[in-house]
Every structure is written in C-alpha cells, then in structure tokens.
Design a protein around this ligand. Sequence first.
Ligand code: MN
Ligand code: MN
Length: 470
Amino acid sequence: MPKKDKKTEASELKEKLFMKRQNTGLAMSEQDIAKADKFCEGYKAFLDTGKTEREACAEAVRLAEAAGFVPFDKNANYKAGDRVYLNNRGKAIILAVIGKKSVENGVNLVAAHIDSPRLDLKQNPLYENEGLAYFKTHYYGGIKKYQWPVTPLALHGVIYKADGSRVDVKLGEDENDPVLVVTDILPHLADEQYKRPVAKVITGEELNILIGSRPFRDDKASEAVKLGIMCILNEKYGITESDFISAELECVPAFKAKDVGFDRSMVGAYGQDDRVCAYTALEAILAIKGAPNLTAVTCLTDKEEIGSEGNTGLRSAYLKYFLYDLGAMYGVDGRTVLSNSKCLSADVNAAFDPTFSEPFEKLNASFAGRGVVITKYTGARGKSGTNDSSAEYVSEIRQMLDKDGVIWQTGELGKVDFGGGGTVAMYIANLDINTIDVGVPVLSMHAPFEVTAKNDVYMAYKAFRTFFKN
Ligand code: MN
Ligand code: MN
C-alpha cells in the first residue's frame, strides 16, 4: 500500500508541477468540437472565395457590410458600438468597433495577412516555344519551387487596359473552366534533373505556365499559337499584349478547400497561411455585439510574404495613420493611442511533422490539434528579425486565454539554426505596441495544399474573441 501511495503522490505532483499539453480532441467538449466543425464550413468557403489578397479583401468588405460596418470617415464622430472599416487599395482592410473607453487607453488590435505564396505573371509574360504558348512567372513569397509544377492552376487578378478601364480575371475555378499548368520532365529523362540540388530541381525561370497549343489558322504567320491565345484573350477580356504591363495576375492552385482525414478533423487548402488567422480575426470582430470595452481593431494586411514592404503591407504607415485618425477624432494624440494599444499578431506557426521531425525541437514545437499557438519570438539565428515579446505581455495573454478556457500551446519556429522566418509582429511592435504572435499550427506550410486542424482554427477564433472582450 505505501508503495502505491508514493506513486499517487508523484502523479499528483506531476499534475501540479508539470506543464500540460492538451489535445483538443480530448479537452474540448463534444459540443465545442461540433462548433469547430461548423465554424470551419464558413472558413472553407472563405478560402475558396478569397484566394488572393484582393479577393480576400473584397470578401471581408462584403461580410463586414453585411454585419453593419460602414466605410471609415476620419471626419465623422463615432460613438461606442459603431462599426467601421477602411479599405486600403482593395488589398488590405482595417475593421474597428468603437469601444466604451476612450482610445486614450489604446485599442485591442488583431493583425493577420491575406496574401499567400503563389506564382505571379511577369509584366511581359506571353510567349510561344515550339508550338506551345506559355506565361512567364515570377514567384511571390517563399515557395518550394518543385511543389508547383503538375498541379492545376487558376489565374486570378486584374488588368488595366490602355484606356484605364479595369478587367477582373478569374479563370480555372468554375467546374467548366480550363486550368493552367507548369509541366515537369518525365522520370525516364530526369537523370540530370535528379543531380540538381533540391532548391534547383525546378528553377524560377522554369516555372513557365502552359496556356495553349492551337495555332491561329494562317500558315504564313509566325508565333501563330501566341496569336491564337492573344485573340482569345482579346475576345474574352478586351486586352492587347501591352495591357499585361498594368496587370496583377496571380496563379494559384485551382482546387477547393477540402476536409482531410477519415475523421474530417482537418482542413486542406491553398492559402491557409495566413487566411486561417485572417478569417478567425475577421469573424471575431464581426461577432462583437454592442460596444466592447476598448476599441477592437482587426487588420488584414497584404505583402507579409515578401517582407511587408509596399503601401498595402504593414511596414507602411497605413495602420498607424488609421489609429492616428481615430485618436484625432477624440482629441487624443496618435502616439498615445499607439503606446497604450495591445496586439495579437495573428499568424501561423509550423506544426510538428512526425515524418520530418528533424528540423523541430519537440519541447518547443507546436502541434496540430493542441490548440492555438503562442509564439513569443520567431526570427532566425540569434533571434534576428523578430519581435521578442515581453514576459509581462506573455503573462497577460496566457492568463486571458486560461480564464476563458481557450486551449493553447507554446511554439517556436523549428530548431535553433535550422532556418527561421518572421511575421508582421515586429513592425507593429516597432510602433510601441505590446505585440505577440498567436495563431494556428500548419502542416506543409507554403505548399499548394496546406493542412490545419479544425479544433485549432476554432481555438484561434476563441482566442481573438476573448481578446476583444478584454
Ligand atoms: Mn504567415
Ligand atoms: Mn508565410
């Protein structure tokens, strides 16, 4: 008997002293799991509707307006509970619900990004080679280039014609649409390709998209296939070749979001980094009823995948200007609003992959199905290029999540010196805002088909809901 008692004591102490890692599949109630499944139906629809930053922004505007948000007017006077949004050039959006307390106390900000890695068309993309027509591409964001050939691609974007009129392009998404594709060499003739280092199995200049093969029916014309394609493009979109120069055309996987697994516990789709946090952050602000304590702000930004540069990325001043305008409305210094604000930088982390465990350090990795991830720092090497959030702020956030029963885990992006990455966290923290990364663990991040666990998606939503209530 005493022996058994000792064991009980040890297990009691373990229970009390050791860090718990919860599996959402066991820790969540069946009702909550059903809610997670239902929530992810809306999430999958959002992924299918918003495959580019422009489309995700337009969908966010549509959902915001349906939920009573109106375009932000910096000369207006808003009262607590008013719902506004600012559309930044159709590629980024800021939504806010005015709080009961003055913005002198800062705002609660959740920031996610709506751009994802993809193949952009070059500005002069169209050519013909040996009777086949192609588009030249320039990849956007960090991709493993070998993952992009031989997968059906859709073309999304806008073209501005010589007269300034705009044409929207969306080809390859409808059941009856054709798709486009990058080809690869057959294994029989790949001996030389196999000798290339993996990063060069397919090179950037080999990511050429096959778009046609039938020549314009005139024996004497050269580049007859290119001409045939140009005729179709002219008929369909009213464009000429030089209009590509003022176009933004993005090739993305043509397939739709799907459930993954016999148990349907996961979502597989393109662009989950970071639309999984964008959708949850958006739904969290749309779900606010009445006036929150502090003004709630969701920012869905562009350009994160290429370093947040450009006027629709978070290294630009657009978020700061918005918060300054909000302050000015109530006679509060912009810098006071910034310094008193808090931010969850809502971005994904790498989920531990048992098949590729080597780059992960298990004690500090995040796992699919174990809840939303708090990432104190990202970066590379000696914490270079990161917002290393403070212990004080981590403490505040963990208490907040625990209090509301949000299942969360800690995460670091891989082993030390194995690579690294960053998020928008540091750019927001640079505005003197307390910031930490909070998001969903993703398997196969940046691949054409990324995987998340539905319970984690729901926990991210709950985390952002909770944050806005504080
Ligand atoms: Mn991301
Ligand atoms: Mn990314």
